[in-house]
Design a protein around this ligand. Structure first.
Ligand code: ADP
Ligand code: ZN
Length: 207
Protein backbone atom coordinates (compact mmCIF):
# COMPACT_ATOMS: atom_id res chain seq x y z
CA UNK A 1 0.00 0.00 0.00
CA UNK A 2 1.24 3.43 -0.91
CA UNK A 3 -0.31 5.96 1.43
CA UNK A 4 0.03 9.68 1.83
CA UNK A 5 -1.04 11.55 4.95
CA UNK A 6 -2.62 14.95 4.51
CA UNK A 7 -3.38 17.42 7.26
CA UNK A 8 -2.15 20.62 8.84
CA UNK A 9 1.06 20.67 10.90
CA UNK A 10 0.16 19.43 14.36
CA UNK A 11 -2.92 17.52 13.22
CA UNK A 12 -1.34 14.21 14.23
CA UNK A 13 0.09 12.83 10.98
CA UNK A 14 3.32 11.69 12.58
CA UNK A 15 1.59 9.80 15.37
CA UNK A 16 -0.76 8.13 12.91
CA UNK A 17 2.14 7.18 10.63
CA UNK A 18 3.91 5.44 13.51
CA UNK A 19 0.78 3.44 14.38
CA UNK A 20 0.38 2.30 10.75
CA UNK A 21 4.08 1.42 10.57
CA UNK A 22 3.79 -0.70 13.71
CA UNK A 23 0.82 -2.77 12.47
CA UNK A 24 1.29 -2.85 8.70
CA UNK A 25 5.07 -2.87 8.45
CA UNK A 26 5.22 0.01 6.01
CA UNK A 27 8.14 2.44 6.35
CA UNK A 28 7.29 6.01 7.39
CA UNK A 29 8.84 8.64 5.17
CA UNK A 30 8.69 11.98 6.97
CA UNK A 31 10.16 14.84 4.99
CA UNK A 32 10.30 16.90 8.19
CA UNK A 33 12.51 14.20 9.78
CA UNK A 34 14.65 13.96 6.63
CA UNK A 35 15.19 17.72 6.70
CA UNK A 36 15.91 17.75 10.42
CA UNK A 37 18.65 15.17 9.75
CA UNK A 38 20.11 17.34 6.98
CA UNK A 39 20.13 20.36 9.29
CA UNK A 40 22.44 18.51 11.71
CA UNK A 41 25.17 18.35 9.06
CA UNK A 42 27.72 21.11 8.70
CA UNK A 43 27.13 22.44 5.20
CA UNK A 44 25.77 25.41 3.28
CA UNK A 45 22.68 23.36 2.43
CA UNK A 46 22.13 22.53 6.11
CA UNK A 47 22.26 26.20 7.04
CA UNK A 48 19.84 27.15 4.28
CA UNK A 49 17.31 24.45 5.21
CA UNK A 50 17.62 25.39 8.87
CA UNK A 51 16.66 29.01 8.30
CA UNK A 52 13.75 28.07 6.01
CA UNK A 53 12.37 25.65 8.61
CA UNK A 54 12.77 28.11 11.46
CA UNK A 55 10.59 30.60 9.58
CA UNK A 56 7.88 28.05 8.89
CA UNK A 57 8.26 28.38 5.11
CA UNK A 58 8.59 25.44 2.73
CA UNK A 59 11.87 24.02 1.47
CA UNK A 60 12.02 24.49 -2.35
CA UNK A 61 10.11 21.84 -4.32
CA UNK A 62 13.08 20.77 -6.41
CA UNK A 63 15.19 19.74 -3.42
CA UNK A 64 12.23 18.19 -1.59
CA UNK A 65 11.19 16.09 -4.60
CA UNK A 66 14.76 14.88 -5.13
CA UNK A 67 15.06 13.73 -1.52
CA UNK A 68 11.73 11.89 -1.56
CA UNK A 69 12.51 10.23 -4.88
CA UNK A 70 15.78 8.84 -3.53
CA UNK A 71 14.07 7.56 -0.41
CA UNK A 72 11.20 5.87 -2.30
CA UNK A 73 13.67 4.11 -4.56
CA UNK A 74 15.25 2.29 -1.62
CA UNK A 75 14.52 -1.41 -1.12
CA UNK A 76 12.32 -1.20 1.95
CA UNK A 77 9.77 0.86 -0.02
CA UNK A 78 9.10 -1.78 -2.69
CA UNK A 79 5.87 -3.01 -1.08
CA UNK A 80 4.66 0.41 -0.05
CA UNK A 81 5.21 3.25 2.35
CA UNK A 82 3.55 6.06 4.28
CA UNK A 83 4.43 9.56 3.18
CA UNK A 84 4.16 11.96 6.10
CA UNK A 85 4.57 15.64 5.20
CA UNK A 86 4.88 15.12 1.46
CA UNK A 87 3.43 16.24 -0.91
CA UNK A 88 2.83 19.71 0.49
CA UNK A 89 2.21 21.57 -2.76
CA UNK A 90 0.29 20.70 -5.93
CA UNK A 91 3.60 20.86 -7.75
CA UNK A 92 5.03 18.17 -5.45
CA UNK A 93 1.90 16.03 -5.93
CA UNK A 94 2.29 16.20 -9.70
CA UNK A 95 5.96 15.25 -9.44
CA UNK A 96 5.01 12.30 -7.24
CA UNK A 97 2.64 11.02 -9.94
CA UNK A 98 5.70 10.63 -12.17
CA UNK A 99 7.58 8.67 -9.51
CA UNK A 100 4.93 6.17 -8.40
CA UNK A 101 1.20 5.59 -8.08
CA UNK A 102 -0.41 6.46 -4.73
CA UNK A 103 -3.27 4.22 -3.52
CA UNK A 104 -4.86 6.55 -1.02
CA UNK A 105 -4.66 9.83 0.83
CA UNK A 106 -5.68 9.94 4.47
CA UNK A 107 -6.75 13.39 5.63
CA UNK A 108 -6.18 13.97 9.34
CA UNK A 109 -8.68 16.66 10.17
CA UNK A 110 -8.42 19.05 13.11
CA UNK A 111 -9.52 22.64 13.76
CA UNK A 112 -6.79 25.29 13.96
CA UNK A 113 -7.60 26.27 17.54
CA UNK A 114 -6.86 22.76 18.82
CA UNK A 115 -3.77 22.58 16.60
CA UNK A 116 -2.31 25.77 18.07
CA UNK A 117 -2.90 24.47 21.57
CA UNK A 118 -1.30 21.09 20.80
CA UNK A 119 1.73 22.50 18.99
CA UNK A 120 2.54 25.10 21.60
CA UNK A 121 2.58 22.43 24.29
CA UNK A 122 4.47 19.87 22.18
CA UNK A 123 7.80 18.57 23.44
CA UNK A 124 10.06 16.67 21.06
CA UNK A 125 12.93 14.28 21.76
CA UNK A 126 15.88 15.54 19.67
CA UNK A 127 17.45 12.07 19.74
CA UNK A 128 14.66 9.65 18.76
CA UNK A 129 11.86 11.96 17.57
CA UNK A 130 9.31 10.84 20.16
CA UNK A 131 6.62 13.43 20.87
CA UNK A 132 5.11 14.40 24.24
CA UNK A 133 2.53 16.91 25.41
CA UNK A 134 3.58 19.21 28.23
CA UNK A 135 0.02 19.21 29.63
CA UNK A 136 0.12 15.48 30.27
CA UNK A 137 3.84 14.66 30.51
CA UNK A 138 5.60 16.55 33.25
CA UNK A 139 9.12 15.20 32.93
CA UNK A 140 12.11 16.72 31.19
CA UNK A 141 13.58 13.64 29.56
CA UNK A 142 12.47 11.09 26.97
CA UNK A 143 10.88 7.91 28.29
CA UNK A 144 12.44 5.90 25.47
CA UNK A 145 16.01 7.14 25.30
CA UNK A 146 16.40 9.55 28.20
CA UNK A 147 17.53 12.53 26.10
CA UNK A 148 16.44 15.98 27.30
CA UNK A 149 13.23 17.07 25.57
CA UNK A 150 13.09 20.34 23.63
CA UNK A 151 10.52 22.62 22.07
CA UNK A 152 11.17 22.67 18.33
CA UNK A 153 12.06 26.15 17.02
CA UNK A 154 9.11 25.96 14.67
CA UNK A 155 6.70 25.14 17.51
CA UNK A 156 7.10 28.69 18.83
CA UNK A 157 3.89 30.79 18.51
CA UNK A 158 4.96 33.14 15.66
CA UNK A 159 6.14 30.25 13.52
CA UNK A 160 3.04 28.16 14.18
CA UNK A 161 0.86 30.90 12.72
CA UNK A 162 3.03 31.08 9.64
CA UNK A 163 3.02 27.29 9.17
CA UNK A 164 -0.79 27.23 9.32
CA UNK A 165 -1.00 29.98 6.71
CA UNK A 166 1.42 28.12 4.47
CA UNK A 167 -0.70 24.99 4.92
CA UNK A 168 -3.93 26.80 4.07
CA UNK A 169 -2.49 28.37 0.95
CA UNK A 170 -0.19 25.67 -0.46
CA UNK A 171 -1.21 22.32 0.98
CA UNK A 172 -4.98 22.37 1.48
CA UNK A 173 -5.60 22.34 -2.33
CA UNK A 174 -4.27 18.77 -2.23
CA UNK A 175 -7.53 17.65 -0.61
CA UNK A 176 -9.14 18.29 -3.99
CA UNK A 177 -6.23 16.82 -5.91
CA UNK A 178 -6.72 13.46 -4.13
CA UNK A 179 -10.52 13.59 -3.88
CA UNK A 180 -10.87 10.34 -5.85
CA UNK A 181 -8.95 8.34 -3.19
CA UNK A 182 -9.46 10.28 0.01
CA UNK A 183 -10.23 8.90 3.48
CA UNK A 184 -10.99 11.55 6.07
CA UNK A 185 -10.56 11.06 9.81
CA UNK A 186 -10.94 13.50 12.69
CA UNK A 187 -8.13 13.63 15.26
CA UNK A 188 -10.14 15.62 17.77
CA UNK A 189 -10.27 12.68 20.17
CA UNK A 190 -7.46 10.41 21.32
CA UNK A 191 -4.71 9.08 19.08
CA UNK A 192 -6.04 5.56 19.72
CA UNK A 193 -9.52 6.50 18.59
CA UNK A 194 -8.21 8.21 15.46
CA UNK A 195 -6.16 5.17 14.58
CA UNK A 196 -9.00 2.72 15.20
CA UNK A 197 -11.05 4.13 12.35
CA UNK A 198 -8.03 4.30 10.04
CA UNK A 199 -7.12 0.70 10.83
CA UNK A 200 -10.64 -0.49 10.02
CA UNK A 201 -10.42 1.31 6.71
CA UNK A 202 -6.97 -0.14 5.89
CA UNK A 203 -7.98 -3.67 6.93
CA UNK A 204 -10.80 -3.54 4.39
CA UNK A 205 -8.83 -1.85 1.65
CA UNK A 206 -8.46 -3.99 -1.42
CA UNK A 207 -10.47 -6.83 0.18
P1 ADP B 1 4.90 19.83 10.71
O1 ADP B 1 4.09 18.95 9.79
O2 ADP B 1 4.62 19.57 12.14
O3 ADP B 1 4.91 21.28 10.30
P2 ADP B 1 7.27 18.66 9.62
O4 ADP B 1 8.21 17.99 10.52
O5 ADP B 1 6.45 17.84 8.70
O6 ADP B 1 6.39 19.51 10.59
O7 ADP B 1 8.02 19.77 8.74
C1 ADP B 1 8.84 20.75 9.31
C2 ADP B 1 9.34 21.72 8.25
O8 ADP B 1 10.11 21.01 7.25
C3 ADP B 1 8.26 22.43 7.43
O9 ADP B 1 7.74 23.57 8.10
C4 ADP B 1 9.04 22.79 6.17
O10 ADP B 1 9.90 23.90 6.36
C5 ADP B 1 9.90 21.57 5.96
N1 ADP B 1 9.21 20.56 5.11
C6 ADP B 1 8.75 19.33 5.50
N2 ADP B 1 8.16 18.68 4.48
C7 ADP B 1 8.23 19.52 3.41
C8 ADP B 1 7.77 19.44 2.06
N3 ADP B 1 7.11 18.36 1.59
N4 ADP B 1 8.01 20.49 1.23
C9 ADP B 1 8.67 21.58 1.67
N5 ADP B 1 9.11 21.73 2.93
C10 ADP B 1 8.90 20.72 3.80
ZN1 ZN C 1 14.00 9.82 22.77
Amino acid sequence: MKIILLGAPGSGKGTLAKQITRDFGLPQISTGDLFRAIVKEDSALAREVKSIMASGALVPDELTIEIVKNRINQNDCQKGFILDGFPRTVNQAKALENITEIDMAILVDLDFETIIDRLSSRLTCPACGEIYNAHTYNQQSCQKCNATLIQRDDDKPETIKNRLEVYEKNTSPLINFYSDRLFKVSSKNSAEETYRSVKTFLDNFGG
